[in-house]
Design a protein around this ligand. Structure first.
Ligand code: URA
Ligand code: SF4
Length: 201
């Protein structure tokens, strides 16, 4: 991870390096069984060089606490390591350029549970499993067994916490999904279904 951090700090593989203040590699417990993947650094993350430290991050931290976890118990990162100007959506070429770092982080952490926050992280992980569901929102809050980069992971896609800041009813859904994460931590595997089967049904 130290090597990867050095590479990200000097990375110029897409144009986002030009406007970023600091890249955000990720942080947390390298031995964690749980990895959270967001979209990209925002304003505060870009300034501090740390993931999820703004308003969305405050909500993420609260949601973790609500199920008895602290930020130090999990690993938190994003699909993109540099902030897109004005927090615009990541572009396909940026995801293509940056995602090898995320892939390497997955192989370093080897999480057994991956929680994707929002559609960009969810689409990316599904694509890595060779899947491209037509309706990404249909997978939210469901628990899937996937093979990603040779790792057997349990995937729980949920909303991006920033979405709940704009649409308060989504907060309840996020809380529900975090409660699912809590039970997953205790009864791993039992309630998961194969995503391939889900998409066929
Ligand atoms: N939103 C994200 O997707 N990631 C962050 O790190 C902060 C806000
Ligand atoms: Fe490199 Fe990723 Fe930053 Fe683009 S977003 S410059 S690929 S670290």
């Amino acid at each position: 991870m130290r090597q990867l951090t050095e590479e990200v700090v000097s990375c110029r593989k897409c144009s986002l390096w030009q406007s970023r203040r600091n890249p955000v590699v990720g942080e947390g417990n390298l031995n964690s069984m749980i990895m959270f993947i967001g979209e990209a650094p925002g304003y505060h993350e870009d300034i501090q060089g740390r993931p999820f430290v703004g308003a969305a991050g405050k909500l993420l931290t609260e949601l973790l606490h609500s199920i008895g976890l602290s930020r130090e118990d999990v690993y938190i990162t994003n699909v993109l390591k540099c902030r897109p100007p004005n927090n615009r959506d990541p572009r396909p070429e940026e995801i293509k350029a940056c995602s090898p770092y995320l892939d390497r982080q997955l192989l370093i952490i080897k999480p057994s549970i991956v929680v994707t926050l929002g559609r960009h992280a969810t689409s990316y992980i599904l694509s890595r499993a060779g899947l491209a569901p037509r309706n990404i929102s249909s997978v939210r809050g469901k628990i899937f067994r996937l093979n990603v980069l040779g790792l057997s992971i349990t995937l729980l896609p949920t909303y991006h916490p920033a979405a709940a800041l704009y649409r308060p009813p989504l907060r309840t859904k996020l809380e529900e999904d975090f409660n699912k994460l809590k039970s997953l931590m205790h009864e791993r595997g039992r309630r998961s279904v194969s995503l391939e089967d889900f998409l066929k049904s």
